[in-house]
Ligand binder design. Sequence first.
Ligand SMILES: [Fe+2]
Ligand SMILES: [Fe+2]
Length: 477
Amino acid sequence: MEQMDKIPNNVNLSSDRRLQRALEQWMPNYLAWWRQMGPDGFQEHEVYLRTAVSVDPDGWAHFDYVKMPEYRWGIFLAPPEPGRTIGFGDHVGQPVWQEVPGEYRNMLRRIIVTQGDTEPASVEQQRMLGHTAPSLYDLRNLFQVNVEEGRHLWAMVYLLHSYFGKDGREEAEALLERRSGDPDRPRILGAFNQPVENWLDFFMFTMFTDRDGKFQLYALSESGFDPLSRTCKFMLTEEAHHMFVGETGIARVVERTCQLMQQARSTDEEAVRRLGGIPLPMVQRYINLWFSLSEDLFGGEISSNAADFFAAGLKGRYKEGTYQDHVALEGTYRMEVPTAEGGLRTEEVPLRTAMNEVLRDQYIEDCQRAVDKWNRIIERSLGAAAAEQLLRLPHRRFHRHIGLYAMPGHHFDPEGRPIDAATFARKRDQWLPSQSDRAYIQSLMTPVYGRGQIANWLAPPARGIQGRPFDFEYVRR
Ligand SMILES: [Fe+2]
Ligand SMILES: [Fe+2]
């Protein structure tokens, strides 16, 4: 089939008639979804995009101008590892599964659908941002992230079509029918129904929410279901750029704000606003919001689902190979549990039920590394005045909607101290983006489409894409 030849793949698609037929039926619906819910406008523009063309670490991607609807969404799995065995859980040491193990079919489908649902959701959340891009470089990065999230959806749909028969095909359709933020048919996970209204949201999203994706994909790349493992391994290659966009995006906001503070000879918020920059306390409030929303994506602190996924060998830990004990039946995990009186007590929970928390620990560590980098920018430019301006991650108990710290009647400040509802409500606008923050950020969101130009609130990147200069025409009409 000619249409199938257009799908770059390393799964020998042309030899599998049944899979071809399923994907051929799905593809027009996917393209209809892209037209309706993908980036608003710009569909006829030529964008300098990276396309995955193989899994060769030295040359997996091809860069060229492409119109987004003509992007070649491909299906790539990392190469199989001969003799690979299940790395953890009750089946540790047994050969990995090449077909879906019957007893875990529902669990596995749920894992794949939940991961798959996040991919189109993020495209929907970001669909209006092209109209306010701060530079052509940023516009291109937005679209790069969008087409690759589209490819990640393809990756999950490939698994559903190949391994789950009729209900897999139904789930693949449903992935195109849910809509981010729609009250009647929302996306599955909370953060993927939140509005991404402006470019600060976008940088926060790619920094914190795509980074949840990194850890989920790492955990799934340990899976005993080999096709899932191999798919996720290759997705991680692309995901790295998404997190780069977020981490460096925030760094560039911070850098520009520091320049403006130097220019004003003042660290005062008003002084920064007068010069059209984003004050660091406002950046902090956006960090507080997106970090806490993204922490929720790891699930409850004590979770029987997490224990089941681990026991079954479907979802492991981040870099499972670095652990000594892959069965995890003996150990415990110490955590702080809220009490009825509004305090906290320490509890030891069985390790397998704490797997979400184990993964969240590593996520937080990775986020902290980025915050430290941003703070070095502040220290370099402000010297002695930096101390007051440094950014930090809020405590993991702050502003949670899932798990122990989200229990009704429990509230925590950004240091993690229990507080009452009235205090939280009173302080909310100091800790999280307020209406006036949003209005201010919105007022900065005017598009800059000239070659080599950039919005006043943002510093240019240190370098361009694929050796191109910053003033390269990354998007052209
Ligand atoms: Fe993704
Ligand atoms: Fe991503």
